[in-house]
Design a protein around this ligand. Structure first.
Ligand code: HEC
Length: 139
């Protein structure tokens, strides 16, 4: 009885570390990661020098949107890195790539580096698939 309670409490504290922001992983994905990454991918397209000479003239507000989105993702990344699956190499790899690329995107947005931002955004999209393939429940 006592050890069952202890096990339940331990389980809770491990799950709790993964959701420091008070949201479940699923809710963070839905309410933060999905909208922020969509915003980042869209801004990445706008500032990509491959999309034409006007990419360099992207409005300041657009860069700010990209920066805010990247910052939201770096916040979630800290949680992903603390998730209970961090002992599994595939999780660590995907969560680590996610964190690194969100930080690269953030720096690129601050520096108004269009090539850097679009490259990071594209690579970030690959981490979603990499992690979901193994860890997201199939519906
Ligand atoms: C390190 C792992 C990992 C990475 C990286 C990751 N996800 Fe997820 N994501 C998950 C897991 C696990 C779930 C399933 C959560 C559940 O159903 O409990 C999920 C679920 C989701 C969902 C479904 C939420 C719902 O309502 O069911 C969306 C949308 C999502 N992720 C978007 C993204 C996007 C976009 C990216 C990349 C920018 C991304 N995720 C990167 C692990 C990850």
């Amino acid at each position: 009885m006592r050890s069952a309670l202890l096990a339940a409490l331990l389980g809770l504290s491990i799950a709790g570390a993964a959701v420091a922001a008070g949201l479940s992983l699923k809710d963070q994905m839905k309410s933060v990661v999905e909208p922020a990454s969509n915003a980042l991918f869209a801004v990445g397209g706008d500032v990509d020098p491959a999309n034409g000479p006007d990419a360099a003239k992207v409005a300041d507000a657009r860069w700010q949107e990209g920066l805010k989105a990247a910052q939201a993702l770096t916040t979630v990344a800290a949680d992903l890195n603390r998730a209970q699956r961090e002992s599994e190499p595939e999780w660590r790899q995907a969560a680590g790539d996610f964190a690194r690329l969100a930080a690269v995107a953030e720096t690129a947005a601050q520096a108004r580096d269009g090539a850097g931002l679009s490259t990071a955004a594209n690579a970030l999209a690959d981490t979603c698939t990499a992690c979901h393939t193994k860890y997201k429940p199939k519906t």
